[in-house]
Design a protein around this ligand. Structure first.
Ligand code: URA
Length: 280
């Protein structure tokens, strides 16, 4: 019997469980093509073990099925090495302006997310903005367009900003990472770490009057805080001499509309801080 379709089904289930839920290219990638010919079929994986006698029948059967199937060598997500982080710092430091930072980032291969994303998704808004907002990671819509916060959460964010009289021309929006994590998983600490020098350099180059951290991930990563966003939100912090406000992520507000009233308080505080800092 040809076991290929059966094994392909098992592999597909595994991909789905790992969060790989959509095609990223028109042409399938052959992840096995570059493997050295002499590499044993089980390289990189623990050798298949015999089904253990103590296992219940269903689990035994599943394990037997897997052990019978040819064992694929899964693509291992690239993790940031110390060298990648150092290269990122060096590169980011060399960017004279935001346009150059974008060009440098286009050529940077130190973040594994780039391999599966469609395109770089760095920022939108104005390089002269007084208000900079930082989210977590681009999603599917952002990946398709190459701009952060353009999906449902982004549309809500635009309406929220509009409610305090701000348009895209008044703000600069970016994320902790600049490529969509496949299957919308949370970016790994290594992926965030390797992108961080570019986040920090954007802050330096833009030199905004105010920073807004959208959600837990950005607030914790950039302030080192350990409390959750519900504790952090609504309070002004100091980020290297810049006033910074953690607030609720618009995606959270879409799921929890009742929390919009908290976000509204934060927005009013942001509006007030912009007005009080404006030269008369
Ligand atoms: N959520 C984010 O954190 N960033 C985006 O760009 C979109 C959704």
């Amino acid at each position: 019997m040809d076991s290929a379709p059966h094994n392909a089904g098992i592999l597909l289930e595994w991909y789905q469980a790992m969060g790989v839920c959509e095609a990223v290219d028109a042409v399938p990638a052959d992840w096995f093509a570059d493997l050295p010919a002499a590499r044993p079929a089980h390289a990189g994986l623990a050798p298949p073990s015999a089904p253990q006698p103590g296992l219940p029948p269903r689990e035994r059967k599943a394990l037997t099925r897997l052990n019978d199937a040819p064992q694929p060598v899964p693509p291992v997500p690239a993790e940031a090495s110390g060298a990648d982080v150092m290269a990122a710092r060096e590169l980011a430091r060399g960017a004279a302006d935001l346009a150059q930072l974008r060009t440098l980032l286009e050529g940077f291969d130190g973040c594994g997310l780039k391999k599966t994303a469609t395109r770089l998704c760095l920022s939108r808004g104005s390089p002269q903005a007084r208000l900079m907002l930082i989210g977590e990671a681009p999603g599917k819509d952002e990946d398709a367009k190459g701009e952060p916060f353009v999906g449902r959460a982004g549309q809500l964010l635009d309406r929220m900003l509009g409610a305090i009289g701000l348009t895209e021309a008044d703000v600069y929006i970016t994320n902790l990472v600049f490529w969509q994590p496949l299957g919308n998983r949370t970016p790994s600490p290594e992926e965030v770490q390797v992108c961080q020098p570019f986040v920090e350099r954007q802050i330096e180059l833009l030199a905004p009057d105010l920073l807004v951290f959208l959600g837990n991930a950005a607030a914790k990563q950039l302030t080192g805080a350990t409390e959750g966003i519900m504790k952090l939100r609504g309070k002004w912090l100091d980020y290297g001499g810049i006033r910074a406000m953690p607030t609720l992520h618009p995606a959270y507000l879409l799921r929890n509309p009742i929390a919009k009233r908290l976000a509204w308080r934060d927005l009013l505080a942001i509006r007030e801080a912009l007005d009080s800092g404006r030269p008369s």
